[in-house]
Design a protein around this ligand. Sequence first.
Ligand code: PBG
Length: 353
Amino acid sequence: MVWPLPSRPKYSPLPGQDAPAIAKKLNLAARLRRNRKAEWSRRLVRETALSADDLIWPVFLCEGEKTRELVASMPGVERLTIDLAVRAAVEAAELKIPALALFPLTPQHLRNEAASEALNSENLVCRAIRAIKKDVPGVGLIADVALDPYTSHGHDGILRGDKVLNDETVFVLAEQALNQARAGADVIAPSDMMDGRVGAIRAALDKENFEDVQILSYAAKYASAFYGPFREAIGTGAILCGDKRTYQMDPANSNEALQEVAQDIDEGADIVMVKPGLPYLDIVFRIKDRFEVPVFAYQVSGEYSMIMAAGINGWIDGDNAMMESLTAFKRAGADAVLTYFAPRAAKILREMA
Ligand code: PBG
């Protein structure tokens, strides 16, 4: 492993208790352990390396000043007011983390059926984007496009009865993307899973001369139980009605992920994303193999919380499990990982350098 595994004391056998000499040796041409015999050799044959360049830090925003709010289900993660989010961006720059992904906790009274706050140029995300870009212009800012932080029912789209409408939603998403691009977002990341939204967003951006704004499409996003803590963080956990299975993908499907990706690339996605992460590394691998485009993975909130909870309880070594999981993303073919571990992992990587 790249990072220091906890080193256990060496075994010292009692006199006379050493392993017995074996008379007969196996006649093996290949002994794969040879390359693993020492750290210098393991370093030479290592196939993937994780670096801070591979990390994107998702940051939760809340209203107010100089305040951090704990997210109970995500130990170590806090919602930050804009002034502290600017500080987080400074820290990201110091740690060489290339980009932040921003997610707002919208005050309850601003949520409605039409998600109109998503289009408000003074909403929390837009103000945060402007503040961070002003002070820390070199850190990339990824703005999430989906209506769930803004709807009164917690769905990612506009609802009629219990149906999440596709085309009506796409129209609003394109406006939301424009609103964020005008505020200075570098990357627009649609996480809603409506059909046709990438093309609509690309057209809307280009029409206003935002042709340099990238689209990071959550192309293969599954209807997952691992999003639980995130929903607490952005305040949709308690209000979400029903589930998201009519738009997010069935965890049983893999070919469908390739179709989703092909469609998004056709419509102009610059980067495609798989979400959740670790349980879906086969999907990351297939997409990278098939399309050879930049592929990101999202190590989502539930994945983070599982590792943290087990680590806090002393059931696993949390830091090593974190680094191992992030390395696994790279091995599977991900070019970058959105992870709540980003600052923690980047600090470990800096110490190792
Ligand atoms: C919704 C969205 C979700 C996440 C990011 N954007 C959750 C959902 O679909 O309900 C989850 C991220 C995480 O769990 O860390 N637009």
